[in-house]
Design a protein. Structure first.
Length: 531
């Protein structure tokens, strides 16, 4: 069976393959027919050379041209919606509707168009002018960006369609996309659309490239190569940290999204006021998409006592009753079962059935695991915090039973960095004293703080932060979602000292190139020209 071609230097060509792989259909547990190559370093080297050449040419392109490409690509995705959804559903087991067609594709095209708007508007470039000393600086493209996408969002976080891709292009960089082995066919279709849009808009050859897979050694070499500008990675902590070590060794920026437990703190007033509603919200948030969301609440702190006992029993019952979703990977169930077993050995109690209920495993080969809920005392968690913070990526969560607000504070003190953290409290502020004690502690541990709602929704908003302290991400100062903030990851600060007007970038010339572009001139933000 013939290998699918890779996209390198503007051409679909046969890979210099060192191996090959076939993706699974998670709904049946069977391999799909298509075969994809594992590229040698020779393919990576060719892609880096093409990207480096494209970077030189991209410096001459207008922001409008980059914006045109991002918008054209969004339109191409919309026109190919049916074909994309069919392939993605086959490779991931995610529901064609509403998940893929009605939620993820609109989110993807929205991100691309928001990136286009931010690219054209250009205030994100932070043009700064000291007219007295004739010193000027601006954020510009950092260089070729390698994007390693995750398995759980084939469109919205995909290596050649997601937020990292859109942000890197908007900053003026070429992208080398590394497909995820869970959905290579979907990535190929998206690469075809991106390539078509790039040709229509006249982007340099090598601006858009895609490789399906490479050896671990080649991946480490890629992110640390002198020709690379930066890397974006979403995935497991082990793989991300290995790439970070390699990138750090040569001083190359790498932006990571890794593991996160997204703690939810339930205060007594909220529990007394609306326990049943929170049961439903928590259960849905944990089992939707089989829990394979980076903001799934993997940990919930619940007060001890009769009311808390009843609440936890209701959650366990809901977990057992809820449909068992399809996992993306053949290793997903093994991971949940192994970690939950380790937690039980460390003192946790399994509250749910250990196997899926009848009717929930219509296909025995389907990738799935029973909805899993465990419980541990706050004292037990505090004593072995590292053990109890192992992420179960899927439909599983851990309840921590606390005896006091002081114990909640002690639990939070043991938490690693997370993408999100949420506090549920009484609507009439009956929990305000407790809230004011724990909120500053939790805020320091998370990138996004929520009140009274589960964290699984990550709105595509300019104010969104989809990042957080390590190990949620590799750098707490940046977000992977939200334009223009996400764009800044792929830019470098460039200074121009005593440069003639005609030689300056347009954003640094005395005349403002756009009526709505904000610049920092002589100590104040303005859209005016230099006086």
């Amino acid at each position: 069976m013939k290998n699918n071609p890779i996209l390198v230097a503007g051409e679909w060509r046969a890979a210099d393959a060192v191996d090959e792989f076939r993706p699974f259909n998670p709904s049946t547990g069977e391999h799909l027919d298509a075969v994809y190559p594992v590229s040698s370093w020779q393919d990576c080297d060719a892609a880096l050379n093409a990207a480096a050449s494209a970077q030189v040419q991209l410096r001459q392109l207008s922001r409008d041209t980059l914006g045109d490409f991002l918008e054209a690509f969004a339109s191409e995705i919309e026109k190919a919606r049916a074909k994309l959804v069919e392939m993605a559903a086959l490779e991931t087991g995610l529901a064609p509707s509403p998940r893929l067609a009605d939620v993820e594709i609109p989110r993807t095209t929205m991100q691309l168009r928001q990136a286009a708007q931010a690219c054209r508007q250009a205030s994100w470039c932070q043009a700064t002018i000291d007219s007295q000393n004739n010193i000027r600086s601006v954020l510009q493209a950092i260089g070729p960006v390698a994007v390693f996408g995750p398995n759980n969002f084939p469109f919205a976080f995909g290596s050649i369609s997601g937020g990292d891709f859109a942000a890197a292009i908007a900053a003026g960089n070429p992208v080398i996309a590394k497909a995820h082995p869970s959905h290579p066919g979907t990535t190929r279709l998206l690469a075809e659309l991106a390539h078509r849009a790039s040709e229509q808009c006249g982007l340099p050859v090598g601006t858009i490239q895609m490789i399906y897979a490479m050896s671990n050694e080649s991946g480490l070499k890629l992110v640390s190569d002198a020709r690379i500008g930066a890397t974006a990675f979403t995935g497991s902590r082990a793989a991300g940290l290995a790439l970070k070590t390699a990138a750090d060794g040569t001083g190359k920026p790498i932006y990571l999204e890794l593991s996160s437990l997204n703690p939810v703190i339930l205060l007594p007033g909220a529990l007394a006021e609306r326990a049943e509603a929170i049961v439903d919200e928590f259960t849905t948030s944990c089992v939707v998409a089989a829990g394979q969301l980076c903001t799934k609440p993997g940990l919930m702190v619940v007060p001890t006592g009769f009311v808390g006992d009843k609440f936890v029993a209701q959650v366990a019952a809901k977990f057992d009753q809820a449909a068992v979703g399809t996992l993306l990977s053949p290793h997903g169930a093994e991971q949940i079962l192994q970690i939950s077993s380790d937690l039980v050995a460390a003192g946790a109690q399994l509250l749910t059935a250990s196997v899926a209920q009848p009717g929930q495993t219509e296909n025995p080969a389907r990738f799935c695991c029973a909805n899993t809920l465990l419980e541990v005392s706050a004292a037990g968690f505090i004593a072995e915090a590292d053990t109890f913070q192992r992420e179960m990526f899927g439909n599983a969560s851990l309840v921590i039973r606390s005896e006091s607000v002081e114990q909640i504070a002690a639990v939070i003190a043991k938490l690693e960095g997370n993408l999100t953290g949420c506090i549920y409290s009484h609507s009439a502020d009956e929990d305000e004293v407790d809230y004011q004690i724990i909120e500053p502690l939790l805020r320091a541990k998370v990138g996004r703080l929520l009140n009274d709602k589960m964290p699984t929704g990550v709105l595509v908003s300019s104010a969104m932060n989809h990042g957080g302290p390590y190990p949620a991400s590799g750098h707490p100062g940046f977000s992977a979602v939200g334009m223009p903030g996400a764009i800044k990851r792929f830019a470098a600060l460039k200074c121009f000292d005593n440069i003639r007007q005609s030689r300056l970038p347009d954003l640094l010339q005395d005349k403002n190139p756009g009526k709505d572009i904000w610049r920092y001139i002589d100590g104040r933000y303005t859209t005016e020209d230099v006086a």
